[in-house]
Design a protein around this ligand. Structure first.
Ligand code: GLY
Length: 543
């Protein structure tokens, strides 16, 4: 935790070297976007499980040189399905004996969006040059850094699948053994790719040598991404979802993220219930949370997809009367059931390697970025000679209709695979504004669908429950996603609370820690306070 009363800004990120890159940029006079872009590229080097060039993400910000000019923006740089993708490509692969084609290997990769997204954000809202914001990442790749224990552990956990791909094995398992904790880890191929991006910008990744390496690897491994797919990739600036909360408002990501809509829905439904600081961590509050989560995820899975391909009924989903009607179905003394909505599914798997970072600069600009390869180290395919991993984001589509995906989500036809389409996401970078529109907090976390419910619980902690930034994060978290019909409880939720929830008729399941939150929040007496979730290995860094 770090307080900032004066100074040039605060960064909260999941990896210390990348966080330090961000504060260096702020110290040099860069704004929150410059810092965010620099952190994004640095994470691609220092946190390869989730930071990326070969994945995608979302940016939400409140940005402007002057307070009066500040506006709320969102940038979608989500991956898209290759032009040759088909709605039944994974059921066909399964029929041919490959059940994991949407998760592992070349077919799992969507067309990456991160480089285009980061550089578009820099051009649109940043102040620095590509060289200034990417050079720190290039130097980290070229000179190397000491491999952190966390990445070492993650590599050990993914060793078997990563060794299936030669370039991946050569990079992370030289001589067949995982790079040791604390050993120097250099990535010269990645450094060269970063140099090309510095020199040529977006074209340096999507057209030319780097693109050629991707396409050659796709052909070699039976993947679908073509030269045309790369040339056609565009990030999209979208109108963020904005909803009132307490005396202010929250701004979050619209579809193809489900985050903003679900947060807006849950917030509205919970307005019906009087809650305050004494309710924090109570079984009664967890019950209400589970019920609004259930209702919102039922809508998520049925109605949402890529808005450029399917009609997402955003007005209906945010309609206050409808949400009030739904909230009125909640019984404070007993759990409802998801059974009538959809069929049940196996438990949620726990691979949730995405990463989030938050930045506030000295001008009051706030930027939230969540970026991902989807699973830990994505598809596990590293592009030979280019040095970066490709995502396995195709699994976020309804890859196997009627069956749960990596996160146990059963999704609908709105999220079917189609060429050029973005898979539905749960990533929820969010900015909280006060009643005058000043940035009060920047929030986000990894965690698959638990991203949405975790961001909601932290928002609630900061606003309606009056918790400190630290307590908003450390408070034990729960998660409900409609199906499977159960409340997932972190270990820190007391057994007595679990008993109360069982007595209300809930099915409860214990699970590992939820999320790796990176929060910056304004407090009445301490100014800006940054908090990196103690569940993860992140840090807060200020100038
Ligand atoms: N890949 C996880 C998500 O976008 O929700």
């Amino acid at each position: 935790m770090v307080d900032m009363k004066k100074g040039r800004g605060i960064v909260a990120a999941a990896e210390p070297l990348a966080a330090g890159v961000g504060t260096d940029i702020l110290r040099q006079g860069g704004n929150a976007i410059d810092a965010a872009v620099a952190i994004g590229f640095a994470l691609a080097v220092t946190y390869p499980a989730a930071g990326n060039l070969g994945g995608g993400g979302f940016l939400v910000g409140s940005i402007g040189r002057e307070k009066k000019q500040r506006s709320e923006v969102s940038l979608d740089f989500r991956e898209v399905a290759p032009g040759a993708a088909t709605s039944d490509m994974y059921t066909q692969a399964a029929a041919a004996g490959n059940r994991s084609a949407s998760l592992l290997g070349h077919l799992a990769a969507g067309v990456p969006g991160s480089v285009s997204g980061m550089l578009t954000a820099l051009e649109r809202w940043g102040t620095m040059t590509r060289r200034q914001v990417i050079e720190p990442a290039r130097l980290l790749a070229q000179g190397g850094f000491l491999l952190p224990a966390r990445t070492h552990r993650m590599l050990v956990a993914s060793k078997k699948s990563m060794l299936r791909f030669e370039a991946t094995a050569d990079t992370f398992f030289p001589d067949g053994a995982v790079i040791g904790e604390g050993k120097l880890f250099r990535q010269p191929d990645l450094a060269r790719t970063l140099e090309i991006i510095i020199e040529r910008g977006i074209a340096g990744f999507y057209d030319g040598e780097v693109a050629d390496h991707i396409v050659i690897e796709m052909k070699r491994g039976g993947g679908l991404i073509s030269a045309k797919d790369l040339l056609d990739y565009r990030p999209v600036e979208r109108k963020p979802i904005r909803f009132p909360i307490s005396n202010g408002s929250a701004v979050s990501m619209p579809p193809p993220s489900s985050g903003g809509i679900c947060l807006a829905q849950m917030s509205r439904m919970l307005e019906r219930f009087k809650i305050g600081s004494t309710d924090a961590e109570s079984p009664q509050l967890y019950h209400l949370l589970a019920e609004v989560m259930r209702l919102s995820f039922a809508d998520r899975n049925q109605y949402l997809g890529d808005p450029d391909h399917v009609a997402c009924p955003l007005e209906m989903l945010q309609d206050k009367k409808r949400l009030d009607r739904l909230a009125a179905t909640i019984d404070r003394s007993s759990a409802s059931s998801s059974a009538d909505l959809l069929k049940d599914s196996p438990p949620v798997k726990e691979s949730e390697q995405t990463t989030h970072y938050s930045v506030i600069d000295c001008h009051g600009n706030g930027v939230a970025v969540t970026t991902t390869l989807n699973g830990s180290f994505g598809s596990k395919v590293l592009v030979p000679a280019a040095g970066f991993l490709l995502n396995n984001e195709m699994d976020d589509f309804t890859a196997h209709p009627g069956e749960p995906n990596l996160f146990g989500l059963i999704q609908g036809s709105a999220n079917a695979v189609a060429p050029g389409k973005r898979p539905l996401s749960s990533m929820s970078p969010t900015v909280l504004l006060d009643e005058e529109g000043n940035v009060d907090a920047v929030l986000g976390t990894p965690g698959g669908p638990t991203i949405i419910t975790n961001v909601f619980q932290v928002l609630l902690g900061l606003t309606r429950l009056g918790l400190s930034p630290e307590n908003s994060i450390t408070a034990p978290k729960i998660h409900h996603q409609c199906l499977p019909d159960r409340i997932f409880l972190e270990a820190a939720v007391p057994t007595s609370t679990e008993q109360s929830l069982l007595a209300l008729g809930h099915v409860c399941a214990r699970r590992s820690a939820i999320g790796d939150f990176q929060l910056i929040a304004r407090t009445p007496h301490r100014g800006l306070v940054g908090v990196a979730d103690p569940r993860g290995g992140g840090v807060v860094s200020n100038t």
